[in-house]
Ligand binder design. Structure first.
Ligand code: FAD
Length: 392
């Protein structure tokens, strides 16, 4: 007999399934990979880390370290596996990603009360469920979540602009300023790279000729009220904007209004603005420059920006889908759906960011599903804890 269904064998779903099973529940864990891929995952392991291999700081006085300490006391299985797979990384907990996911997969496979089914779930079950299908939830299930939550469920392309090292910006060309002098810093909050008309048109030409990354099929297939065609109009890649008209960027993210180049005393024809990206102030991102160009092409084309001839790219631009629900309206702090107590949501789909937050909410959903099954009151962690703060 099944007591709990968990949808998604990612970070949140794996932890949720484990916690509930440890409390004596018989759990079915559905994972659609490898039959159906998300486009970002590359293996068929459970709890695959899709990008970085760092689970954040281990320092007890950092947010992520506090959360880890709480999860250790709760007996988080994924955190145990991360510690088994830990690599030297200063004060951070970074892992050998393959060893981490393999260890989680083996532990779940060997749990006597967890049955893994490798299938896509296309509807929301009526039995007690933890829904942890992540930011790349399959389109069919996304549609059902939309129906369940009405207008509150959205997805969009999470666009990432490139980040460069500030030391590599040529400040003989670039200058600091805020538009119309409005900003927090006297010297200006932004670094601005000014273009002449000829430089701008050369740049646009190179941008239009550059090779692009093909969109994954799931990105092609998205259609709903929020999306117009393949891209969210609010964050179009620069190459798509340029395609719509050679001056589109000069009237969009590269508009020069409110900026005077101190070298010429005039407003440039166009500018690229760079905004500080980290507290240390050594990284800057290119504002509004989300792009889907191939990485070597990004390096080649973006180095045509005056002042960025020698820019060192710390991260390239990219786009991926991001599915989430409006949790503050739809969920209780116990992670139960507002009008269905036996339906829990966990992981990035509730808007909690980062690997550790996803593991933590999976843990709470699993524990609370078990409590509900035993007719106990679901646990609502106080806001003075990191887990409670996240869930509130
Ligand atoms: C491209 C990308 C890069 C990211 N990089 C980082 C990073 O570097 N650091 C960081 O802290 N966070 C990162 N995140 C954010 C987040 O921490 C991760 O996405 C994390 O894996 C989310 O955990 P999760 O359990 O919610 O979802 P996931 O780990 O994605 O797990 C969800 C699982 O559900 C499965 N699934 C989906 N739909 C269905 C269905 N219908 N039926 C059955 N199974 C289904 C998927 O195959 C997947 O295995 C990134 C996110 C993305 C999309």
């Amino acid at each position: 007999m099944t007591d709990l269904i968990v949808i998604g064998g990612g970070l949140a779903g794996s932890e949720a399934a484990w916690q509930a099973a440890q409390q004596g529940l018989n759990v079915i864990l559905y994972e659609m990979r490898p039959a159906l891929s998300t486009g970002a995952h590359e293996t068929d392991y459970l709890a695959e880390l899709v990008c970085s291999n760092s689970l954040g700081s281990n320092q007890p006085d950092r947010a992520s370290g506090v959360l880890k300490n709480e999860l250790r006391r709760f007996g988080s299985m994924l955190l145990e596996c991360a510690e088994v797979a830990a690599l030297p990384a200063g004060s951070a907990l970074a892992v050998d990603r393959e060893l981490f996911s393999r260890t989680v997969t083996e532990r779940i496979q060997n749990h006597p009360r967890i049955n893994i089914i490798r299938e896509e779930v296309t509807d929301i079950p009526s039995a007690m469920t933890v829904l942890a299908s992540g930011p790349l939830t399959s389109p069919a299930l996304s549609q059902k979540i939309t129906e369940l939550s009405g207008e509150e469920h959205l997805f969009f392309f999470d666009a990432i602009a490139p980040i460069i090292s500030v030391e590599t910006i040529n400040m003989n060309i670039a200058f600091r300023a805020s538009r119309y002098g409005r900003g927090d810093e006297n010297e200006g909050d932004y670094i601005n790279c000014p273009f002449t008309k000829i430089e701008y048109h050369n740049f646009i030409e190179a941008l239009l000729q550059a090779e692009r990354i093909e969109l994954r099929s799931f990105e092609d297939s998205i259609r709903n009220g929020v999306m117009a065609g393949r891209f969210f109009e609010g964050c179009l890649p620069i190459e798509i904007m340029a395609e719509r008209g050679k001056d589109s960027l000069a009237f969009g993210p590269m508009r020069p209004v409110g900026l005077i180049d101190p070298r010429t005393g005039k407003r440039p024809y166009a500018v690229v603005q760079l905004r500080q990206d980290n507290l240390a102030g050594n990284l800057y991102n290119l504002v509004g420059f989300q792009t889907n160009l191939k990485y070597p092409e990004q390096k080649r084309v973006l180095r045509l920006i005056p002042g960025l001839e020698n820019a060192e790219f710390i991260r390239y631009g990219q786009m991926h889908r991001n599915t989430f629900i409006a949790s503050p309206k739809l969920l209780k702090p116990t992670l139960q759906f507002h009008n269905r107590d036996d339906l829990f949501f966990a992981g990035q789909i509730i808007g909690v960011e980062g690997y550790m937050g996803n593991i933590a909410t999976g843990l709470l959903a699993g524990v609370n599903a078990a409590r509900l099954h035993k007719n106990q009151k679901p646990f609502d962690p106080p806001q003075t804890t990191m887990l409670g703060a996240l869930c509130h």
